[in-house]
Ligand binder design. Sequence first.
Ligand code: AMP
Ligand code: GLY
Length: 426
Amino acid sequence: MTYLVVGGGGREHAIIRKLRESAGVDKIYCTPGNGGISKDAEVFHVAATDIDGVVALAKKLAVDCVFVAPDDPLVEGMVDALEAEGIRAFGPNKRAAIIEGSKVFSKDLMKRYGIPSAAYEVFNDPKEALDYIAGRNSYPSVIKADGLALGKGVVIAENFDEAKAAIHSIMEDKIFGNSGNNIVIEEFLTGPEVSVLAFTDGKCVKPMVSSMDHKRVFNGNLGPNTGGMGTISPNPFYTDEVAKECMEKIFIPTINAMNTDGRTFKGCLYFGLMITPDGPKVIEYNSRFGDPEAQVVLPRLKTDFSEIIQAIIDERLSDIDIEWDDGACACVIMASGGYPGKYDKGIPIEGLDKNGQVEGATVYHAGTRCSEFAGGGFLTNGGRVLGVTAKGETLDEALDKAYAAVDKIKFKGAHFRTDIGRAYKK
Ligand code: AMP
Ligand code: GLY
């Protein structure tokens, strides 16, 4: 089989690396890819959000399957456009991807079907939103833009002034464009967070091994939110008992709710959960693999990945037994200095071999490009640059290996957390 993977970050690199292990896969293309991905797949320059461009490329390459990995093209209907041309595609269609594309939709879905989540109100008028916050006078207050916002659409306001500033920038300054036409204000929940990615074909749901993201930029979970500074799998808070409760109260009800609404979800559904004192609750849904969750979950997959993908497209996932490594996996993100704010690009990365790897770990490239100058090498080209990942029999072993590899890689301004997997103690 031949695949075209759409996207160009660490998640896509992890997807491609896993697809390469599949017996039936003989060629992988990727667009737009990145420097590291170009060592594992043939890359093209069509943007991941260019639906017409990706359809044209898939036709030109006559690929057997297109794997749409990022949120924006899924929410905008790339899978529908591919299928309309008779091209097999992995990922939810537009009607189903709305579960990530609109928080108003997902909150309403959970309310209608009794899926545990934070209590909330929706507002389309900034003044009404502010009056509500003032009247409630309870902080922290959680304010969320309705639509996609590059992972930055959630503000946890500690007081009225912060809430006011957030509502102003989302609803009036429109920093996220139309994504801020509506906002959700919800109850502040507490407890450890767990990411569970699940394969589903709409008929059955098969959760993958759990993981934990580290969203804040600095050690000790301080500083602004990022796309994710590192991940571990499994998540120590996701016990068998919690898993059972999630299956009964969240995973199966969500799949059923989407079916009942005529929005059958096929692909990878990401459950962002919080284990609260009242039990697990949904913080958010994503319509795709998490980034950098994919980087620690997929390395633990033992079953042929391509076979799972094809079974989901054909709605015969229940036929497949999915097996996982028993050990652990850890990913440490090396980011550009200044991220998630402004940062420079084009900085040479030292310590990688010609394939962009280091011994003792797998380096998933997130924001790199190949240097065009003699000697080659890799340059930084994004906020999150590398996801340095290692497996071990235990979490400590995986973390030690990942950090030993991080020590071998250098670029000016490089920033990474030194407490991945160690910030939370169970
Ligand atoms: P999201 O982009 O929806 O994943 O939200 C980003 C982060 O904000 C989450 O990972 C949580 O840490 C936090 N968060 C979101 N909603 C809530 C909530 N209702 N209560 C407490 N924290 C929240
Ligand atoms: N790591 C969080 C996400 O992919 O949304």
